[in-house]
Design a protein around this ligand. Structure first.
Ligand code: BEZ
Length: 190
């Protein structure tokens, strides 16, 4: 039926993941949708002292960087209202190394596209663990060498790259790092 009514504001609670939440959400959800946030790009510019590195040898994990020319594809999860608070409390704790919550609009591409009001976690340049940009060779060396309580930094990168391939997402930054770190791993064996 055709209607002129404005779309209803939705009270659904969505979380947008662009990093480990794509491949390891660690929480229950009602619905999962591939979604895109415009004006942001995924970068390995955040230091990890507590998951994929240590205070003495921080690893590198992803954050979102504002860039009007770019878009970042990730995954949006719809949460049950009665579980959302516990999920966000747990993520606030897990991501205490410099991340903060941000509201972002994420667009799906289902049979009917939707614009979702999501919450996501970003690490801004003013946080204590931020490392910022570096040449690919340097980023790759750091990722290849780092390990923390959650495992190797290499595993984090490879899992993310695999998950993006499954979503058929092109991400030149992630795939270039993956290629370089694979080369370093091969070289270290010979
Ligand atoms: C994520 O979206 O996967 C994510 C990235 C950084 C911190 C928390 C979650």
């Amino acid at each position: 039926m055709v209607t002129n009514k404005a779309p209803q504001a939705t009270t659904d609670i969505w979380i947008f993941g662009y990093g480990s939440l794509i491949w390891r959400p660690d929480f229950e959800y009602l619905e999962r949708q591939t979604a895109v946030v415009e004006g942001w790009t995924r970068r390995f510019w955040q230091g990890s002292h507590d998951h994929r590195g240590t205070p003495n040898q921080p690893g590198r994990v992803v954050t979102l960087i504002q860039d009007a020319t770019q878009a970042c594809t990730g995954v949006a999860y719809r949460l049950a209202a009665d579980t959302a608070k516990d999920i966000f409390d747990a993520l606030d704790y897990r991501e205490k190394n410099g991340y903060e919550r941000l509201e972002l609009a994420a667009t799906t591409n289902e049979p009917t596209p939707r614009v979702l009001n999501t919450l996501t976690y970003i690490a801004t340049p003013d946080n204590f663990a931020y490392l910022g940009p570096a040449p690919v060779a340097e980023l790759s060396q750091q990722i290849a060498a780092s390990i923390g309580p959650s495992g190797t930094n290499t595993e984090y990168l490879f899992e993310l790259a695999d998950a993006l391939r499954k979503l058929e997402v092109q991400d030149a930054h992630v795939f270039e790092l993956e290629q370089q770190v694979r080369k370093l791993a091969l070289a270290s064996r010979s």
